[in-house]
Design a protein around this ligand. Structure first.
Ligand code: ADP
Ligand code: ZN
Length: 346
């Protein structure tokens, strides 16, 4: 059943419209005041929903998450004489919600923003927390802002058209959440597989809602990433580097990154090998890869340019046990040695 809940960040209320219909965006502004930003895939599936709205379409895919795309949108807004009182609504996956958030935060120094995540990854992760950004060459999210939407609308019917690879991406982040914060979620996921969730709407709906609360609780406590928000990078440090060099999907890269992170945890924290095996099994259950042959020199070069690097150290998210994480500083030279030891290096 549909319901609403709120989170407050920096005195700004964000309304979560859970299991709501897309048409509810009209409760926030009249059609003439709304500009929808979406991508060509979503538009192809759902343009009937967009009838009568001003729609700006971008090309789909991470490769288009660039300043150039943002500039093209801004030019279209200006050409259509869109005022500062516009409500920008981003309808799509993480690329669209990031671009829409960024545009809304800079167009005429800031407009209203609403988000309608349509991919599982965007619902449980990308559309939450206000971070947005564009990639600069191979460096992910190097430019962007933090800007909260007024509302985030979850219409789970969008998932019906989601390609299988995107389900995997979403589950990689869900498993990440379970690993860092929620042993019970981890155990629940272990009892099911991807098909169970795809075929059972209620099961999927409660899993998404739990993940929204998990991430929002972390974000509310820590908008600027001084404390727990760092933990959300679990699996992502190595993951991003692999994603950049090998062009594999975000979910697959994060999955490989999580396995590396727990093997590193075995060496540095009390994390036990049995739990590593449990995570590997779970990832496999959700069709995610758990090993990958890398060219270590390329990966290490990218890691050394990571945003999270501070001098000759990097904060790396490790697990103490399943459901409990901690960011620890690791010397870059040590990290290089660990990569050579743990990863299969070609
Ligand atoms: P993310 O994985 O961060 O959500 P994208 O915005 O690139 O990243 O979305 C992934 C891909 O899935 C894109 O090609 C996008 O067009 C497509 N997509 C997103 N939501 C849906 C949906 N509900 N149905 C079909 N395709 C979708
Ligand atoms: Zn991620």
């Amino acid at each position: 059943m549909g319901h609403t809940f709120n989170y407050i960040i920096d005195n700004q209320k964000i309304q979560f419209l859970f299991e709501d219909a897309f048409s509810s965006v009209l409760n926030y502004a009249s059609q003439s005041k709304i500009v929808i930003i979406t991508d060509e895939n979503i538009d192809a599936h759902y343009n009937n929903l967009f009838t009568g709205f001003h729609v700006i379409k971008i090309k789909s895919g991470e490769i288009n998450k660039t300043q150039q795309t943002v500039d093209a949108i801004i030019e279209q807004l200006l050409a259509a004489s869109i005022g500062k009182d516009v409500l920008i609504v981003g309808v799509g996956g993480g690329v669209v919600t990031d671009i829409a958030g960024y545009v809304a935060s800079v167009y005429k120094r800031g407009t209203r923003l609403g988000l309608v995540p349509t991919s599982l990854l965007a619902m449980v992760d990308a559309a939450l927390g206000g971070k947005n950004g564009v990639n600069v060459g191979q460096y992910k999210n190097m430019v962007g802002t933090i800007y909260q939407p007024e509302f985030i609308l979850f219409d789970l019917n969008f998932l019906k058209s989601l390609p299988i690879s995107e389900w995997e991406n979403g589950f990689a982040e869900i498993i990440k959440h379970a690993c860092i914060k929620d042993l019970a979620m981890f155990e629940n996921l272990s009892k099911h597989n991807l098909a169970d969730y795809q075929n059972n709407f209620n099961l999927m709906s409660s899993l998404i809602e739990e993940n929204v609360h998990l991430k929002m609780n972390v974000v509310v406590e820590d908008v600027f990433e001084k404390k727990d928000r760092k933990l959300l990078n679990f699996g992502h440090t190595l993951g991003h580097a692999i994603e950049n060099v090998y062009n594999i999907s975000h979910g697959k890269a994060v999955s490989i990154g999580m396995v590396f992170a727990v093997k590193l945890s075995e060496k540095i924290t009390e994390f036990d090998a049995h739990s590593t095996q449990k995570l590997v099994k779970l990832l496999e259950q959700y069709q995610l890869p758990t090993s990958f042959e890398i060219e270590n020199d390329k990966i290490i070069k990218l890691l050394f340019s990571d945003k999270k690097r501070i001098g000759n150290e990097m904060h790396f998210v490790l697990l103490n046990e399943l459901g409990s994480a901690e960011a620890k500083p690791i010397l870059l030279n040590d990290l290089e040695n660990y990569i050579n030891e743990i990863m299969i290096c070609g």
